[in-house]
Ligand binder design. Structure first.
Ligand SMILES: *Cc1c(COP(=O)(O)O)cnc(C)c1O
Length: 381
């Protein structure tokens, strides 16, 4: 057994090398090439993401959604405080104001019951972040959005391959429910190209504009399809497509998604079954509500206090097991705390202070998994 168990380490399946070489040999390594199309077709076919575009990161996909929905000065965007800085930055840099909402008491996801109180005449969108890959309560969020005529953007950065189940049994993949959804292929996510993202356009009325914004504000896509002789500047835009080398790497990972998901689910389930006893000691295990599937993105425990978490992380570290905490509540950040005058958001703060994530990736061997579980038992029993 190796001496150190990493919190996360990228797993290479094999075809990554061949496909990157193929992209190089194709002689076309800018964006929107052969492998980019293969990835985008994969998402259309497997998840019914009809209009999707690879992006350089999920952060960029979020920025693109802000441009696409004309979000700017005077607009308010409701997001959970317990999320990535990218969820906030993407809208802040276009001039909008961020309104933070608390997490649920039993889950880091946005508390749908607390959203309505935050809506004003200026509210333009709600961002539903599916934390740990687990679905937000989309039926309620969609109902609130319809009532107030707001956009819903799904930050599905962590939730590839997962789905939402509505009361009537309707199953929809995360990212395909709001007007726009975004995924991340950052190294820490289930499927990775190092850096990378996807924007999913579910409102057909936005597709043409998305094509233009994606290609620096031009109709280059029409030009490549032979529809026009030259391409011209039509809108604000930016350079969002990744190089086809990145897409080649991503495609090799996507081909192995079933193997990746199976192994992650195995680890997740093992932790869940073996660590049930911690609930007697005031720790809690992840909750998967009846309206969500589970893509085993993260396995976490919530400790009774910050001190308990520090102690546990330290004790595991001495056993060469690397764990991680997660998001620091954005309303308490050095950047935002002086601008913030809302509620305390105590659930969000609790998850920032007390949540610990255990190693979950394809490099973990069975004996390492047993060693992690045995170590936690030894420390907490
Ligand atoms: C990882 C993550 C992002 C950012 O993704 P990048 O691809 O690294 O830009 C955004 N939101 C959430 C919830 C994330 O977990």
């Amino acid at each position: 057994m190796s001496l150190k168990i990493d919190f996360n380490r990228t797993y290479i399946h094999g075809n990554e090398y061949d496909y990157i070489q193929e992209a190089l040999k194709n002689g076309n390594i800018s964006g929107n090439g052969f492998f980019t199309k293969k990835c985008q077709d994969f998402f259309s076919n497997r998840y019914d993401f009809k209009n999707n575009f690879l992006t350089t990161s999920c952060t960029d996909a979020l920025e693109m959604s802000s441009l696409l929905l004309d979000i700017g000065k005077g607009d308010e965007i409701i997001i959970p405080s317990f999320t990535s800085v990218s969820t906030a930055n993407a809208f802040l840099i276009s001039g909008a104001s961020i309104v933070f909402c608390d997490s649920k008491a039993n889950h880091p996801n946005i508390d749908e019951k607390k959203i309505s109180n935050l809506i004003t005449k200026k509210t333009k969108a709600i961002v539903a972040v599916h934390y740990a890959g687990i679905a937000c309560h989309m039926e309620e969020i969609q109902a609130i959005a319809r009532k107030h005529k707001l956009y819903v953007i799904e930050d599905a950065a962590q939730s590839i391959n997962n789905f939402h189940i509505s009361k009537n049994g309707d199953i929809r993949f995360l990212g395909s429910i709001g007007q726009i959804g975004v995924l991340s292929f950052h190294e820490t996510k289930n499927i990775t190209s190092g850096e990378g993202g996807l924007i999913i356009i579910n409102d057909n009325g936005l597709t043409k504009k998305a094509e233009i914004i994606w290609e620096k504000g031009t109709n280059r896509i029409d030009f490549l399809k032979g529809k026009v002789d030259t391409y011209e500047w039509f809108n604000k835009g930016s350079s969002y497509p990744p190089s086809d080398i990145i897409a080649a790497l991503l495609y090799a990972q996507l081909e192995n998604i079933d193997i990746i998901q199976e192994k992650r689910s195995y680890i997740w389930q093992k932790y869940y079954e073996e660590l049930k006893f911690v609930e007697k000691n005031g720790f809690s295990l992840p909750v998967v509500p009846e309206y969500s599937g589970n893509n085993a993105h993260t396995f976490y425990m919530v400790c009774p206090s910050k001190e308990e978490r520090t102690k546990l992380m330290h004790n595991l570290r001495t056993k060469h097991i690397h764990t991680a905490f997660h998001f620091q509540s954005l309303h308490k950040s050095p950047y935002f705390c002086n601008k913030y005058s809302g509620d305390e958001l105590s659930n969000s703060v609790k998850f920032s202070d007390c949540l610990i994530r255990l190693p979950i990736h394809l490099n973990i061997k069975d004996e390492e998994l047993s060693y992690i579980i045995k170590s936690i038992k030894k420390i907490l029993k």
